[in-house]
Design a protein around this ligand. Structure first.
Ligand code: NAP
Length: 276
């Protein structure tokens, strides 16, 4: 699909990978809807184990893209809420008149042993990481069917093999890949392509505010700080020897949008991490 002039929704776009994807599509001439919890954060979830994106961060994405000459609207969504997903799609159509691509990027993590993992944390991870993809895709489908559109789900290398203390997250990302394949099979007749991207390790809030601290607590690497732990993981486990960046994941999203004969795949962008 030619990207210029198309409309793209990116969820979880206030920061991290989603923000990088929103910036990349805008740079290619797309009309981008950067969607995130914004002021809905308090209602959606209450506290989580690491800080949620601030309302100002979401507005900042749209204004920075605008300053660079791009087209971007910042809209609020809670992907775990059906009505909220439907409102997001309606507002997108009001703003830009069409919808061609959705990037289901919003996601949360919590690590911990299955033996004492909180049921409420399990439910919330599945509500965002799995049901969020279902609800956003369902809301978008009537418009994507007209456009022969594209769905891209941000899964993880943790959706391809299990890791200790990552049961809920891994299960949610395996589910995201299964849903990707089922939707790809179902929607091919409408020329809608559905693919997943499986990032490796990126120094976003998810990693620095949670996973590094968790690895530090486990003293897996004998490091003293979260920065050192992240660097040690990359050095130890990534054959290409560097962390991925939001721009790396955005590059894959642009490729999957353009790749007319690719559907149902789960593309690792992990520097070879998955070979461990
Ligand atoms: P991040 O910086 O925490 O970004 C995730 C975004 O999703 C946040 O802006 C968050 O907003 C938003 N979000 C959470 N719950 C939401 C909801 N109910 N509705 C709408 N938005 C919601 O993390 P990231 O690392 O960029 O993660 C992006 C995606 O990549 C996730 O699906 C993640 O699982 C995946 N991933 C990340 C890594 C990595 O190493 N970082 C590796 C593999 C896969 P709030 O902060 O306001 O909640």
């Amino acid at each position: 699909m030619e990207i210029k002039g198309k409309t793209v929704i990116v969820t979880g776009a206030a920061r991290g990978i989603g923000r990088g994807i929103a910036e990349a599509f805008a740079a290619e001439g797309a009309n981008v809807v950067a969607a995130d919890l914004g002021s809905l954060a308090a209602k959606a979830a209450g506290d989580w184990n690491y800080a949620l994106a601030a309302e100002a961060e979401l507005a900042g994405v749209a204004s920075e893209i605008g300053e660079r000459g791009g087209s971007c609207a910042a809209l609020e969504v809670d992907v775990a809420d059906r009505a909220s997903c439907q409102r997001l799609v309606e507002h997108t159509i009001e703003e830009f008149g069409r919808l061609d691509v959705i990037v289901n990027n919003a996601g949360i993590v919590q690590s911990g042993l299955v033996a004492d993992f909180a049921e409420s944390d399990w439910d919330r991870i599945f509500a965002v990481n799995v049901k969020g993809i279902f609800l956003m895709s369902q809301a978008a489908l009537p418009h994507l069917q007209q456009a022969g559109g594209v769905i891209i789900n941000i899964a993880s290398v943790a959706g391809k093999r299990g890791y200790s203390r990552m049961g809920a997250y891994c299960a949610s990302k395996f589910a995201a890949i299964g849903l990707t394949q089922s939707m790809a099979a179902e929607l091919a007749e409408y020329s809608i392509r559905v693919n997943a991207i499986c990032p490796g390790n990126i120094d976003t809030s998810m990693w620095f505010d949670h996973l590094s601290k968790s690895a530090l607590r486990q003293r897996q690497y004998g490091t003293k700080s979260v920065d050192d732990t992240f660097a040690a993981v990359i050095d130890d486990l990534v054959p290409l020897g560097r962390a991925q960046t939001p721009a790396d994941i955005a590059e894959a999203a642009l490729y999957l949008t353009r790749a007319q004969n690719v559907t149902g795949i789960s593309l690792n962008v992990a520097g070879g991490f998955e070979m461990n």
